[in-house]
Design a protein around this ligand. Structure first.
Ligand code: CDP
Length: 236
């Protein structure tokens, strides 16, 4: 489907209209950002790796019965997705403590979290994506009670599928962030699932294979993404 005018440009992806108002083109760029857009660099091949990675994961999740916006790969850097109304909250599940949880609560990095922790954040860079709870979501009308319950249930279902998928390939799914939208009344998984929005560690060495390599200036960012992709069987 031919892409028409640009509707939106995010930090790493752009969205284009198509002739069909129900579908948009998601275009994955090489731009890589961290710290709410304060650190930005171009990483060669990132758009292509993340587009293909996301397509593979979204298909796995769809096979497991999780509704997603993904329709099909269009070319190396673009996918066709459902045109959803996005819910402005981020859903995070943590299997292992790292990142902001460690900074906030002073718990040990790498500690196993049983049961896994669930957190909501408001999607708002200028406010630095503050942590929120279900009361904020209800009071400010960001989602209905039913949508909140659905997002939580789907985020935990994703955990079951992906913890196993990465564990089978010798990796630990430490944590991840999901975003949802509404398409024809149904809550569906949107945005992307790629090493940009999750933490993945090698199970043996605990080597970081995700965007922390970029945040922490460790180098080998795309090489690590490609290694994860290859290990789980993403055709690159
Ligand atoms: O990454 P940071 O330490 O700032 O935040 P976090 O709350 O520890 O992030 C939890 C997980 O969500 C990590 O896998 C992040 O990569 C991801 N995340 C994201 O993709 N986008 C955000 N705006 C915030 C977190």
């Amino acid at each position: 489907m031919e892409k028409l005018q640009q509707l939106y440009a995010g930090k790493a992806k752009s969205v284009y209209a198509t002739a069909n108002p129900d579908y948009v083109v998601l275009s994955f760029r090489d731009d890589t950002s961290a710290f709410d857009g304060e650190k930005v660099e171009q990483l060669s091949r990132k758009g292509e790796v993340n587009n293909k990675f996301n397509a593979f994961i979204m298909q796995k999740l769809a096979e497991a019965g999780i509704p997603t916006h993904f329709e099909k790969l269009l070319n190396p850097t673009e996918s066709l997705v459902k045109h959803m109304q996005m819910i402005p909250v981020e859903c995070v599940v943590r299997n292992v403590a790292s990142g902001s949880l460690v900074r906030r609560l002073g718990v040990e990095d790498g500690m196993n979290l049983t049961p896994p922790v669930f957190e909501f954040f408001l999607k708002n860079d200028s406010l630095h994506d503050p942590m929120i709870n279900e009361y904020h979501i209800a009071t400010f009308g960001w989602a209905t009670e039913q949508q909140v319950q659905r997002m939580k249930a789907l985020t935990f279902e994703v955990n079951q599928v992906l913890k196993q998928l990465f564990s089978d390939a010798g990796m630990i799914l430490v944590d991840y962030k999901l975003e949802f939208g509404v398409f024809k009344g149904e809550v569906c998984l949107g945005d992307e699932f790629s090493p940009d929005g999750c933490r993945l560690w090698d199970a043996e060495t605990r080597k970081k294979l995700d965007k922390d390599r970029f945040r922490q200036g460790l180098g080998g960012v795309i090489e690590a993404y490609e290694e994860v992709a290859t290990r789980i069987g993403v055709p690159l």
